[in-house]
Design a protein around this ligand. Structure first.
Ligand code: SF4
Length: 178
C-alpha cells in the first residue's frame, strides 16, 4: 500500500488530521449497541442504523477484513446546535469523495464509516431495502458497535463528554482500506 498517495488524497480534500491504525485497534463492544437501542432517537428510524445493520459480532468480523484503517478527526464549535446536522452532512459528502478517490487508486475494498448518522436525505425511509440514496448511504462507526471513545484515545486523539453546546466537538470518521 502506497500510503503517501492516499495521504495526498486526504489532505487535498481538506482532511489533514488523521491517524493510521490496524483493525485490531478498533474497540467493538455490545454496550455500544445497547446505547443505540436505549437512548438514541435514530434507532429503528434511520436505514443506516440498528436494527438495519448486522449484529455486533458480524460487524467485528467485517472490520477484521481490513488491514489498514484511517481515523479522521474533525472539530467544530456551534453557537446554534441546530447547525450541526448540515455540517455533519457536508463532512460526510467530502469523505464519500475521498472514498471514491481511494477506490479509483486501486483499493477496491475501501469502505467509509460516516462521522454521524446518515443524513443524505431530508427524511430517512428507515428501511435498508427502501433507502432513497444507497450509493451515498453509509453507517456511522457507533452503529457498527465501535466504541469511539476507547478507539480514538488508543490512537492518541482527544475526546471527552461535552457538557454543553458551547464546547468544541471532536468528531471521528473511519476509512477501511486493504
Ligand atoms: S440515504 Fe437517505 S434513506 Fe438511505 S439511510 Fe441515508 S438518510 Fe436514510
Amino acid at each position: 500500500m502506497d500510503k503517501s498517495i492516499l495521504e495526498k488524497i486526504f489532505v487535498d480534500n481538506g482532511f489533514d488530521s488523521f491517524r493510521w491504525i490496524n483493525s485490531k485497534d478498533i474497540v467493538i463492544s455490545e454496550w455500544v449497541r445497547f446505547k443505540c437501542m436505549f437512548g438514541c432517537s435514530s434507532y429503528g428510524k434511520n436505514a443506516s442504523c440498528p436494527p438495519s445493520v448486522p449484529s455486533v459480532s458480524e460487524c467485528k468480523d467485517f472490520i477484521s477484513n481490513y488491514s489498514d484503517i484511517v481515523v479522521f478527526k474533525t472539530s467544530q464549535r456551534f453557537a446554534n446546535p441546530n447547525d450541526r446536522a448540515g455540517w455533519g452532512k457536508e463532512i460526510d459528502l467530502r469523505l464519500l469523495h475521498v472514498e471514491k478517490k481511494v477506490f479509483l487508486a486501486g483499493y477496491h475494498k475501501v469502505f467509509l464509516l460516516f462521522m454521524d448518522v446518515c443524513q443524505m436525505c431530508n427524511a430517512c425511509t428507515g428501511s435498508r431495502s427502501n433507502c432513497n440514496n444507497p450509493e451515498k448511504s453509509r453507517p456511522c462507526a457507533e452503529s457498527l458497535g465501535i466504541d469511539i471513545f476507547s478507539t480514538v484515545r488508543n490512537c492518541g486523539f482527544p475526546i471527552q463528554v461535552l457538557k454543553d453546546h458551547s464546547e468544541v466537538m471532536n468528531r471521528y470518521s473511519f476509512l477501511l482500506i486493504e
